[in-house]
Design a protein around this ligand. Structure first.
Ligand code: SF4
Ligand code: SF4
Length: 248
C-alpha cells in the first residue's frame, strides 16, 4: 500500500481511541509471552513493561483519552526507575512532538482495555520500504536479546498480524505524518542491520515470512521456524536442521 506523505503535512487527525482499542485487541501470541521473558529479567517483570527498560509512548490524542478514562497512566517524570532516575528533558527532546512519554502502574495493575497502542503493537512496528509501501511487521531490534516473541516469530498469530495491519492501514490513511515517522524508523532498521551485515525478518501482510537484505531490500521467503533466535532463547525448540544463518 502506498501513502502520500506530502499531502496534509502536519495534519493531526482525531482518533477514535475506543474503536482503535476494540479492533486491535488480539494478544501477539497464544502464550502469555510476559511469563516467558520475565524469567530472564532480574526485576521479574516483562521487559517491555519494566520502566527501567522501556518508556512507553502514546499518541497525544490517546493520552487525552487515557487520562480521562483510567488512572493507570501518568506523564513520565523520569524518576520511576528508582535505581536510575533521569532528567526527562533529554528523552522528551528526542521524542516526536505527536507522542507523549508515559509511565503506567506496572504489570501487576495492568488493565488490558487501557493498554496504549504502543503496548499492543510491541515488539513490532509497521515496516515501510524505501519506495513507501507498508508491507508488514518488523521488530524493534534493540529487544532482540531479551524479547521472547522476537525469538518465537512462529508463535505470532495470524489474527494479531491481521489486526496490526488493519490498524496501521487505518491510521496511515488518516495521518501521513505518522506513516512518514515509520518510514524513517524502517530506514533506521535497514541501517542497523546493514551495519551488522544481517538480513532481518518481516512478517508480511500477505501472511508469509521473509528475510530482507537491508542494502538491496531484496526479499526471500523463508519457513518461519528457520528464523534466528537470540539470547537466552537460542537453544529453545531448535528446528531439526539447527538455526538459520542469516548473513548475506
Ligand atoms: S512482547 Fe517481548 S518483551 Fe514484551 S512481554 Fe512479550 S516477550 Fe516480553
Ligand atoms: S500498560 Fe500494561 S502492557 Fe503497557 S507497559 Fe504498562 S504493564 Fe505493560
Amino acid at each position: 500500500m502506498h501513502y502520500n506523505a506530502v499531502l496534509m503535512k502536519n495534519y493531526v487527525p482525531v482518533l477514535d481511541i475506543p474503536a482503535l482499542y476494540k479492533s486491535f485487541n488480539e494478544p501477539v501470541t497464544r502464550e502469555d509471552c510476559g511469563t516467558m521473558c520475565s524469567l530472564h529479567n532480574p526485576a521479574g517483570k516483562p521487559f517491555c513493561c519494566d520502566i527501567c527498560q522501556a518508556v512507553p509512548v502514546a499518541y497525544r490524542q490517546e493520552w487525552d483519552y487515557l487520562a480521562s478514562h483510567s488512572d493507570m497512566w501518568h506523564e513520565w517524570r523520569g524518576d520511576e526507575c528508582a535505581r536510575e532516575p533521569v532528567d526527562p528533558k533529554y528523552l522528551q527532546s528526542e521524542t516526536p512532538e505527536h507522542l507523549k512519554l508515559l509511565a503506567c502502574r506496572g504489570p501487576v495493575h495492568c488493565s488490558r482495555n487501557f493498554r496504549a497502542i504502543s503496548c499492543r503493537q510491541f515488539p513490532f512496528f509497521p515496516y515501510v520500504t524505501s519506495d513507501d509501501r507498508f508491507i508488514g511487521l518488523a521488530y524493534y531490534w534493540d529487544y532482540e536479546p531479551v524479547c521472547w516473541v522476537i525469538s518465537h516469530l512462529d508463535r505470532v498469530t495470524p489474527d494479531f498480524r491481521r489486526e496490526f495491519v488493519a490498524t496501521f492501514d487505518g491510521i496511515f490513511n488518516m495521518w501521513p505524518d505518522e506513516f512518514e515517522s515509520y518510514a524513517v524508523l524502517s530506514e533506521e532498521a535497514r541501517e542497523f542491520f546493514n551495519g551488522k551485515r544481517r538480513r532481518f525478518p518481516v512478517l508480511h501482510r500477505n501472511g508469509g515470512f521473509y528475510l530482507v537484505s537491508p542494502g538491496s531490500e531484496r526479499m526471500e521467503k523463508k519457513p518461519v521456524e528457520k528464523i534466528n533466535r537470540f539470547g537466552p532463547y537460542k537453544g529453545q525448540n531448535l528446528p531439526i536442521n539447527g538455526n538459520f544463518t542469516d548473513t548475506y
